[in-house]
Design a protein around this ligand. Structure first.
Ligand code: BGC
Length: 751
C-alpha cells in the first residue's frame, strides 16, 4: 500500500530507470522497498478493457465484462458535454472497481479524412467540439480519482503507416485545427497523462518531439502530468526522455531501463532529466491513490452493471442522428407491424475493432427491442460472413418487404471494413447491401434505413429512394434499444452530425493528399478541414456538419452580441407539438481577414430540451480566440479587428440568424523603411500624403501605386526618378511614428 509521497532521492538510478518503463503490457513497475505500487493502465476510451488472462500480451477480445458505451463518433453526435461527463464518471467508477489507475482515452484527433480507420474512436472534424467533449470526458473520469490519457498527441489522423509516416503540417494549421482539442483538455482539466502518437510530426517522431512534448505541452499549456508513449512509439529511449516522454509502454523492457542507466553513466543524459520524469511518475501514483491493486479483477457489481447499461442506452439515444424523414414517416406507431430486415438488427455491430474493443456486460439487439414495441417479421437480407449467400437472402427479404406495411432496413459497414491499424479506401456500403436497399425501396415506399458505421458512409446512389435515413453509428451495448426508442418516438432524436457527409470521396478536402506517399503525408488543405472547406469553397455535401432532424420544430429569434463580442445570446422556441431538443450552433466568420480563413467556424454550441411552446434564452461565452487566427509572423493568436459575422445555425450550412460585429483594429503599426508601400497607404496620416505626392509625380495615374503596393518602400526608393528621396521618406516616417500623431491616427478610420 502506498503510504507517503516518495521523492526521487530515495531511489537508486536503477530503480528510477525501471519506473520509467512498463512492468507488463498493462502496468507500471512497483518499488516494494518504498511501498510504491504498480499502476494498472487499460484501454478505453468507451469502456474498460481489463484483460482477464496473462497481462503480458495485448489480449484483444479477452477482457472482463464492462459497459460498452457509444464510441466517440456516436457520442460526439450528442453535442452534449454534460452527458459525456456522466459517461466519464461511469467509466471512472468501473475502472476503480477493476483496480485501474489510468484509462487510455479519450482520442481527440481530428477527422481529417472520412477514410481514417479509427474515426470511430474520434469525436469530430471540428476542434471546438472535440475539445469540449474530450474535456468533459476527462473531467468525468478524473472526478473518480482515475486518470485519463489524452491521445494520440499529435497529428495522428490516419492509420496508414501510422508508426512511420510524417505528418507535414504548417504551424497555423496545427494551432487552429489539430492542437486546440488537446489544448482545451489540458488547460481546462489537467489530465493526469497524455499519450504521444506513433507518427512523426514534420519529420520528428512525436515520441522524440521536444517542441510538442515540452515547449508546447508543458511550457505553454502548463501541463503538469505524465507523458506516456503509445504502445511501441519509442524509437530511441534516451532521445524520447530528453524530449519529455516520461513513461515508455508496454513492458517489461529491461533494455529500455538499461539504456537510461548507461546514458547517465556515460554522461550523455543528465540525471536530473531522469529525476524529473520519475517525479511525474510518483505524482501519478499519488494522484491515483489509494492505489488500486492492478492484479485485482473483480467483476462489476450487478447494480453498477444495470445502472450503467441504462446510461449507455440514454447516451446512445442522444447519439443517433435522424438524417432524413420525408412524410414524415417517423416516428412509427407502436402497434403497427413492421418488417425488420438486415443482419445488423439481429447481430449488432456496436463498437470498432482494435485496442478499444471491450467485452460488454450485455447487448441489446434492435430486433429484440422493436419486437417489444410491435409485431415484427424478420429477414437477415445479407450475411456478415464474407462468403454469405446474398442472392437467396436478398430474394427472401424483398418478398417480406413486398408484403409489409413498413420496413426498417438495417445496413452498414461489416467489422472488417473499419479498424485500428488500417484506413478505408472508399466510402461505400458492401455491394450486396446496396443491391438490397435498391430492391427493397422498389417494392416498399415506406422503407426506413438505419445505418451502422463508425466513420461516414456514402448515401449514394440510393438516398432519394427511401423516405427516412437514420445514422445510428456504432452505439455501444445498448444501441439496439436506443434505436427502437427513437424509431417509435419513445425518445425524440436529437443527435447532430459531428462530421460532414460528402457526396463523393473526391469532394473531401484531403482527397489528393490522403494518406500520402513515401511515408510523408502533406496536410495540403491546411485549415480547410471538413465543413470549413465545403462551406468556403461552396462544395455541396449530402449532409452538412451539425445537421440532424427531430420530431418537433424550433424557431430562433433575437440574436444579440455584446459590443466586445464576449457574449452572444439567442432565443429558441419549440414551435411544434412534441417535446424535443435542439442544438444551437454559433459560428463566426471574418470576411475582412487578411489571411485566408474559413467562411465560418464553430465557436459555441448549446443543446437545449424544450416542451412544446416553451422558449429559452441561450447565452454563449466567447473568448478572444473566437475572433483570432494564428499569426505566423508573431507566433501568436491575433485578433485583426474590423468586421466579423456572428451566426446561429442549425448546421454549418443552415444559418438561421446572422449579425455583424466590429472589433477595434490593433494600434496603428510603426512604419520603417522596410514597411511596404501598402502600409504607408493604409496609414491614416501617410496614406493621403503619399497619394498626393504620387498624384503629382505620376500625373494622376494612381494605378501605379497599386502596382508597387507590395514593395518595401526602401526598395522603391532605389528606382531612379521615383520623385522622392530617402530624406523625405525619413521625415514621413518620423511624422507617422510621432506618439501624438499615432494617437490621433488610431482614432481615425483606416483605409
Ligand atoms: C493504440 C492506443 C492504445 C494502445 C494500447 C495502441 O496501438 O494506438 O490507442 O491505447 O495501443 O492498447
Amino acid at each position: 500500500v502506498y503510504a507517503a509521497p516518495r521523492t526521487t532521492q530515495q531511489l537508486t538510478l536503477q530503480e528510477k530507470a525501471a519506473l520509467l518503463t512498463g512492468d507488463t503490457f498493462w502496468s507500471t513497475v512497483a518499488v516494494e522497498r518504498l511501498g510504491i505500487p504498480a499502476l494498472g493502465l487499460t484501454d478505453g476510451p468507451h469502456g474498460v478493457r481489463k484483460q482477464r488472462a496473462s497481462p503480458d500480451t495485448i489480449g484483444l477480445g479477452d477482457s472482463i465484462p464492462a459497459t460498452c458505451f457509444p464510441p466517440a463518433s456516436g457520442l460526439a453526435s450528442s453535442f452534449n458535454p454534460a452527458l459525456v461527463r456522466r459517461v466519464g464518471q461511469a467509466l471512472g467508477d468501473e475502472a476503480r472497481t477493476q483496480g485501474i489507475a489510468v484509462l487510455l482515452g479519450p482520442g481527440v484527433n481530428i477527422k481529417r479524412s472520412p477514410l481514417c480507420g479509427r474515426n470511430f474512436e474520434y469525436f469530430s472534424e471540428d476542434p471546438l467540439l472535440s475539445g469540449e467533449l474530450g474535456a468533459a470526458w476527462v473531467g468525468g473520469i478524473q472526478s473518480r480519482g482515475v486518470g485519463a490519457s489524452v491521445k494520440h498527441f499529435a497529428a495522428n489522423n490516419q492509420e496508414t503507416n501510422r508508426m512511420t509516416v510524417s505528418a507535414e503540417v504548417d504551424e497555423r494549421t496545427l494551432r487552429e485545427i489539430y492542437l486546440p482539442a488537446f489544448e482545451r483538455v489540458v488547460t481546462s482539466e489537467q489530465p493526469y497523462t497524455v499519450m504521444c502518437s506513433y507518427n512523426r510530426l514534420n519529420g520528428v517522431a512525436a515520441s522524440e518531439n521536444h517542441w510538442l512534448l515540452t515547449t508546447l505541452l508543458r511550457d505553454e499549456w502548463g501541463f503538469d502530468g505524465l507523458v506516456m508513449s503509445d504502445w511501441g512509439a519509442v524509437i530511441d529511449r534516451v532521445a524520447a526522455l530528453k524530449a519529455g516522454l516520461d513513461l515508455e509502454m508496454p513492458g517489461p523492457l529491461p533494455e529500455s531501463s538499461a539504456e537510461i542507466v548507461a546514458a547517465v553513466q556515460a554522461g550523455v543524459l543528465d540525471e536530473s532529466v531522469v529525476d524529473t520524469a520519475v517525479a511525474r511518475m510518483l505524482h501519478l501514483v499519488q494522484r491515483t491513490a489509494p492505489a488500486p491493486d492492478p492484479k485485482a479483477s473483480p467483476e462489476l457489481p450487478a447494480e453498477m452493471v444495470a445502472a450503467h447499461h441504462l446510461l449507455a442506452r440514454a447516451a446512445a439515444a442522444e447519439s443517433i442522428v435522424l438524417l432524413r424523414n420525408e412524410g414524415p414517416i417517423l416516428p412509427l406507431d407502436a402497434g403497427t407491424p413492421v418488417a425488420v430486415i438486415g443482419e445488423f438488427a439481429r447481430t449488432p455491430r456496436f463498437q470498432g475493432a482494435g485496442s478499444s474493443q471491450v467485452s460488454p456486460t450485455m447487448v441489446d439487439t434492435a430486433l429484440c427491442a422493436i419486437s417489444g414495441l410491435t409485431r415484427v417479421e424478420f429477414a437477415p437480407g445479407y450475411s456478415l460472413e464474407p462468403k454469405g449467400d446474398s442472392a437467396h437472402l436478398i430474394a427472401e427479404a424483398v418478398e417480406l418487404a413486398r408484403t409489409s406495411a413498413t420496413v426498417v432496413l438495417f445496413v452498414g459497414l461489416p467489422p472488417i471494413d473499419e479498424s485500428e491499424g488500417y484506413d478505408r479506401s472508399h466510402l461505400d456500403l458492401p455491394a450486396a447491401q446496396l443491391s438490397l436497399i435498391e430492391q427493397i425501396a422498389a417494392v416498399n415506399p415506406r422503407t426506413v434505413v438505419v445505418l451502422t458505421n463508425g466513420g461516414v458512409v456514402s448515401l449514394e446512389p440510393w438516398h432519394d429512394s427511401v423516405p427516412a435515413i437514420v445514422e445510428a453509428w456504432l452505439l455501444g451495448q445498448a444501441g439496439g434499444s436506443a434505436v427502437a426508442d427513437m424509431l417509435f418516438g419513445v425518445v425524440a432524436p436529437s443527435g447532430r452530425l459531428a462530421e460532414s457527409i460528402p457526396y463523393r470521396l473526391q469532394d473531401t478536402p484531403s482527397y489528393v493528399n490522403f494518406p500520402g506517399e513515401n511515408d510523408v503525408v502533406r496536410y495540403g488543405e491546411g485549415v480547410f478541414v471538413g465543413y470549413r472547406y465545403y462551406e468556403t469553397v461552396d462544395v455541396a455535401v449530402r449532409y452538412p456538419f451539425g445537421h440532424g432532424l427531430g420530431y418537433t420544430t424550433f424557431a430562433y429569434s433575437d440574436l444579440a452580441v455584446s459590443r466586445r463580442g464576449d457574449t452572444a445570446s439567442v432565443t429558441i422556441t419549440n414551435t411544434g407539438n412534441t417535446a424535443g431538443a435542439e442544438v444551437a450552433q454559433l459560428y463566426v466568420g471574418a470576411p475582412g481577414a487578411t489571411v485566408r480563413v474559413a467562411c465560418r467556424e464553430l465557436r459555441g454550441f448549446e443543446k437545449v430540451a424544450l416542451e412544446p411552446g416553451a422558449s429559452v434564452r441561450v447565452e454563449f461565452q466567447l473568448e478572444r480566440r473566437a475572433y483570432s487566427h494564428w499569426d505566423v509572423a508573431t507566433s501568436g493568436w491575433m485578433v485583426e479587428g474590423g468586421e466579423y459575422r456572428v451566426e446561429i445555425g442549425r448546421s454549418a450550412h443552415d444559418i438561421q440568424l446572422s449579425t455583424t460585429l466590429s472589433l477595434p483594429k490593433p494600434p496603428v503599426p510603426t512604419l520603417t523603411l522596410d514597411s511596404r508601400v501598402s502600409d504607408f497607404l493604409a496609414h491614416p496620416v501617410t496614406g493621403p500624403l503619399l497619394v498626393r505626392a504620387a498624384g503629382e509625380a505620376t500625373n494622376g495615374e494612381a494605378s501605379l501605386l497599386t502596382m508597387v503596393a507590395s514593395m518595401p518602400i526602401r526598395r522603391l526608393m532605389r528606382f531612379p526618378g521615383v520623385g522622392s528621396s530617402f530624406a523625405r521618406i525619413g521625415l514621413l516616417i518620423a511624422l507617422a511614428n510621432n506618439p501624438v500623431v499615432r494617437w490621433v491616427a488610431a482614432h481615425l478610420p483606416h483605409r
